[in-house]
Design a protein around this ligand. Structure first.
Ligand SMILES: Nc1ncnc2c1ncn2[C@@H]1O[C@H](COP(=O)(O)OP(=O)(O)OP(=O)(O)O)[C@@H](O)[C@H]1O
Ligand SMILES: [Mg+2]
Length: 223
């Protein structure tokens, strides 16, 4: 479902050319549970942004479900993202003035969906993360772990086949981190393709497959 061939992504900073991705070749099948591991600055987030169609490769080819993403326009990319990818980030990125319900509803507002159907979907997603009782709380009225669960509900609400999580437990204590991992693993068991970026070897060990990244290159691909 995810197939990258010779993908490169460069950033130029003054005179320096940073190779954030340097000839990356990866192939990930549907329903896989993959950890992307590597030191800070190795290119993990760049890889995730490219997989998630938030960013475009400078070189190479990227096929998502057989579609050549490198040929897509901005509008097409937005459409692919909303249909296929759910994002979870270390910093949650919830909208602070909005309740849990409204945050999870956000992705649905861009779809043609009436308010009853939206409500049904939002409550279903919040139930899935065990937070239906907190739906009227704003982020500042929730714990870090609960905020991340809202973010996961938001990632799930459009039922995307792929979940991309960039250091999802990075801002959480070990117990909330464990809950988030169990939630993501539950989604994998229910059929989602799950990619987790981490620099924790312990978290990486839990995945079925590990891609090790170093200096923009995939240096190891191990099950
Ligand atoms: N927008 C940007 N402009 C310039 N350089 C960038 C940009 N984004 C990333 N880089 C550089 O690309 C390289 C890879 O960055 P990336 O964020 O992918 O690393 P990472 O593995 O996710 O690191 P971390 O574990 O710290 O999150 C780094 O050297 C970084 O400084
Ligand atoms: Mg990163």
């Amino acid at each position: 479902m995810i197939d990258m061939q010779h993908v490169c992504k460069y950033y130029s900073m003054g005179d320096e050319l940073i190779k954030a991705m340097d000839d990356v070749n990866i192939s990930i099948k549907e329903h896989e549970y993959v950890a992307i591991v590597g030191p800070s600055g190795s290119g993990k987030s760049t890889l995730m942004h490219t997989i998630g169609c938030l960013d475009m490769a400078d070189k190479g080819q990227y096929f998502l479900d057989g579609m050549d993403v490198t040929l897509c326009t901005g509008g097409e990319l937005a459409n692919i993202r909303s249909k296929k990818i759910g994002f979870v980030f270390q910093q949650f990125y919830l909208l602070p003035q909005m309740t849990a319900f409204e945050n999870v509803e956000m992705p649905l507002l861009y779809q043609h969906m009436n308010s009853r159907e939206r409500k049904r979907r939002v409550i279903e997603a919040l139930k899935c993360v065990g937070l239906e009782e907190r739906m009227h709380h704003r982020p500042d009225q929730l714990s870090g772990g609960q905020q991340q669960r809202v973010a996961i509900a938001r990632a799930l609400v459009l039922r995307p086949p792929v979940i991309l999580a960039d250091e999802p437990t990075g801002n959480l204590d070990s117990r909330s981190g464990e809950e988030i991992m169990e939630l993501l693993e539950g989604l994998h068991e229910q059929g989602s393709t799950v990619l987790i970026i981490t620099h924790s070897e312990q978290i990486a060990e839990r995945a079925d497959r590990r891609l090790r990244v170093s200096d923009g290159r995939v240096t190891e691909d191990a099950v």
